[in-house]
Design a protein around this ligand. Structure first.
Ligand SMILES: [Zn+2]
Length: 272
């Protein structure tokens, strides 16, 4: 299927945007990805090792840039295996994820809006091209596929990820996808939430989603001493906003509850 007018897409001067959030946290974004697929990548500097929380869509190489900027390759932790979070995972030598996320056999994904919408069972009409620029001059959007990665460590709820001078606790919070995790820094109340919660409509009816599990995960999150949330999409927010978003989702009127797609199952497992 042709993606109309993609030949007209300009070439981005720089694909990734780096923003230092505090002395050990850097936000990495892909500004030329349309919002549906524009995910946050979080780089956490540690004394012994660095962690990268998710790795973006994977349309151009990321690891060489990280080596250049941070002097070493971080361990990649995947909050889940949707295309916008794991696209670059194949580049990393250490990939940590929950075993229920099929990082070695990911859903193929697409940068063609209608194809992706069909894969995900979304009602909304997506634009023909899910990028607004190309990462380099000879990039062909039609060749995009999520490349499989090798999981080098299986993460479980309660695992402590030690960076040397601070540590993050793994929270298994299924619902958006079966093996969705968040990382929680109990020392300062910072949560890296992936797609468990962000400041927009929460998706609990994708292929692989589970509405009941999602609600249970949100109730668990509400009881934790979270001070600041760095989500998988959009801006960071405080405890008050976190509770507002959780309560909104749990108490939404029945008419807005999305039913899982009954006819569209192009993949046996999760997609974003
Ligand atoms: Zn997702």
């Amino acid at each position: 299927m042709n993606i109309t007018n993609v030949g007209d897409l300009p070439v981005a001067p720089q694909w990734f945007r780096f923003t230092d959030v505090d002395e050990r946290t850097t936000l990495i974004e892909e500004p030329y990805v349309r919002p549906l697929l524009r995910a946050n990548v979080w780089h956490l500097r540690g004394r012994e090792r660095d962690l990268l929380v998710d790795c973006g869509l994977g349309v151009t190489t990321l690891v060489p840039l990280l080596r250049e900027r941070f002097d070493r390759e971080p361990v990649l932790v995947l909050t889940h295996a949707h295309l916008d979070h794991m696209g670059s995972a194949y580049e990393f030598s250490q990939v940590w994820a929950h075993p229920l996320e099929l990082v070695d056999d990911p859903a193929p994904g697409s940068l063609h809006g209608p194809v992706l919408a069909a894969q995900l069972g979304l009602d909304e009409v997506l634009p023909p091209a899910l990028l607004t620029a190309r990462p380099h001059g000879d990039y062909d959007l039609e060749t995009y596929r999520v490349r499989p990665a090798t999981r080098t460590r299986s993460l479980a709820d309660g695992d402590l990820l030690d960076l040397g001078d601070h540590a993050l606790t793994v929270l298994h919070l299924p619902g958006h996808s079966p093996g969705s995790i968040a990382l929680f820094d109990e020392s300062d109340g910072t949560l890296f939430s992936g797609d468990v919660v962000y400041d927009d409509v929460l998706l609990d009816s994708l292929p692989g989603s589970d509405t009941e599990h999602y609600a249970r995960s949100l109730r668990r999150l509400r009881n934790l001493p979270v001070r600041l949330t760095h989500p998988g999409h959009g801006h960071s927010f405080d405890r008050h906003r976190l509770h507002h978003l959780i309560d909104n989702h749990l108490h939404r009127p029945p008419s807005t509850v999305h039913r899982p797609p009954s006819t569209v199952h192009l993949t046996p497992h999760d997609s974003d």
